[in-house]
Write a protein that binds this ligand. Structure first.
Ligand SMILES: Cc1cc2nc3c(=O)[nH]c(=O)nc-3n(C[C@H](O)[C@H](O)[C@H](O)COP(=O)(O)OP(=O)(O)OC[C@H]3O[C@@H](n4cnc5c(N)ncnc54)[C@H](O)[C@@H]3O)c2cc1C
Length: 417
């Protein structure tokens, strides 16, 4: 990392403690090989130690380091925000996954349950989120409700000690592997849209839950359609109060922005894999770096990549000194998403015909094309660039709010697509 924040003595001591814990948790020779710059030794230690992202999640999840900001009583460290930064930097240094295999559980469901869940719910779910024993998905978006999430139509109707849920969700990342889902459903259609929602924990193995993976143009199936037909959900699975779903969902969404800000989600990282240095992989994809026109473009990409890093650095160092997260999250999310799209398109372009057709064993060409195709999703997932620009316009520039035609009207009386 080129932009280093100098540690205070307290931070240096914490870093040393975490490194000592890593030394005990990782296969023999792993850290030594990386410190000596011996890639072959590192690969050997990894293979001999039988390392995989799932066993790693179980190991780190049983320690307090998987959730540095969660309270200690729920398996976290109860630390300040700088502890998360130090842990992340050390994980990167030792080529360990910085994204949990249970990204949505650790990043979104856990913080929501900690803030709004009952003690019984916290006791039941939180530790298994950290160890990756129970994978979580987010059942928010629907075919007719994405950016305008509060307009959603999935209905939950009370029946004694249970709720009966029917509707359809879409875009549900890793639902095909999930044990539980964070479900947002409409419990009262006769009040304005934000007021009639409730938040539930849905057991994905319940009768009436049908998960259909969607094939993406990359060839993988990260997300799914989820059909819910008369699914019975115990009242005990309600998070917060009836009608309080939007408040709970905002906690999830706020955590989603922080979890995804600056993270380049792709099939490798979402399954807990370790990505190589993206700049080095990008350069390798450019065959002729002597052409002056190519060099100009490379210089421009490099400058932008530095600007991105410095913005991230500025936000990180402000947080290290106790400041609240500022608008950099939204700014960086928009910039990063569009930068990824432009850069991956350039890498395909500059390879000419080889950018679009390759021999079956050319894994580098296949990866280049996959990166290009997957980057299309970056400006949509975790809030679209247009919607984030609206937020920046309102909150940073102080421009008038976006039009809200259904304000104050009962959801049942509003027009929907
Ligand atoms: C890879 C990926 C993974 C995802 N995973 C999940 C998941 O696990 N769970 C989940 O619930 N959802 C998930 N989503 C859904 C995601 O949150 C939505 O796609 C997103 O909120 C946009 O909603 P939409 O697709 O319905 O588009 P729409 O909201 O219909 O938007 C269509 C277009 O209109 C624009 N637009 C909409 N409103 C405005 C406005 N007010 N001003 C200007 N322009 C506007 C949008 O920017 C977009 O270009 C995922 C999406 C992707 C791409």
């Amino acid at each position: 990392m080129r932009w280093e924040i100098e540690d205070t003595p307290e931070q240096a001591a914490f870093r040393a403690d975490f490194r000592a814990w890593l030394a005990g948790a990782l296969p023999a020779g792993w850290m030594e090989a990386l410190e000596a710059g011996e890639d072959a030794g590192f690969e050997r230690a990894k293979a001999e130690g039988g390392f995989n992202p799932f066993s790693w999640q179980a190991t780190i999840g049983a320690s307090p380091y998987a959730a540095p900001l969660w309270p200690a009583e729920y398996g976290g460290l109860g630390g300040e925000s700088w502890t998360a930064q130090v842990i992340r930097a050390e994980l990167q240094r030792y080529r360990l996954p910085t994204i949990s295999i249970n990204l949505l559980g650790v990043g979104l469901a856990g913080p929501t349950l900690i803030e709004h869940g009952s003690e019984a719910q916290k006791e039941r779910y939180l530790r298994k989120i950290l160890t990756g024993e129970e994978i979580w998905c987010q059942l928010f978006s629907e075919p007719g409700s994405g950016s305008d999430l509060a307009s959603l139509s999935t209905r939950a109707v009370r029946d004694g000690d249970e709720w009966v849920v029917s509707g359809q969700k879409v875009w549900t990342t890793i639902a095909q592997f999930a044990t539980f889902g964070m479900l947002l459903a409409r419990t009262d259609p006769d009040v304005p849209k934000h007021e009639g929602l409730s938040y539930f924990v849905l057991d994905m193995r319940s009768p009436g839950v049908e998960v259909r993976p969607l094939m993406q143009m990359t060839g993988s199936s990260e997300f799914n359609e989820v059909f819910l037909t008369d699914v019975r959900v115990p009242h005990a699975n309600l998070v917060g109060a009836v009608g309080d779903g939007w408040r709970c969902a905002r906690t999830t969404l706020m955590n989603e922005r922080t979890t995804l800000a600056g993270v380049s989600i792709d099939p490798v990282s979402i399954m807990g894999g370790v990505r190589r240095d993206p700049w080095a992989s990008f350069l390798e994809a450019v065959p002729d770096r002597t052409d002056p026109r190519v060099r100009q473009r490379l210089a421009q990409f490099y400058i932008e990549s530095e600007v991105k890093e410095i913005t991230g650095f500025r936000a990180a160092s402000a947080r290290r000194q106790g400041a609240q997260p500022g608008p950099e999250g939204a700014v960086n999310k928009v910039f990063n998403a569009e930068y990824n799209k432009r850069r991956s398109a350039f890498a395909v372009d500059v390879n000419g015909p080889a950018g679009v057709a390759w021999l079956p064993d050319d894994t580098a060409a296949a990866a280049r094309a996959q990166t290009f195709l997957r980057a299309r999703a970056n400006t949509i997932e975790g809030g679209t660039s247009e919607v984030l620009r609206n937020q920046m316009a309102e909150r940073i520039l102080g421009l008038p709010r976006d039009a809200e035609v259904d304000r104050g009207r009962a959801w049942a009386e509003t027009s929907r697509n």
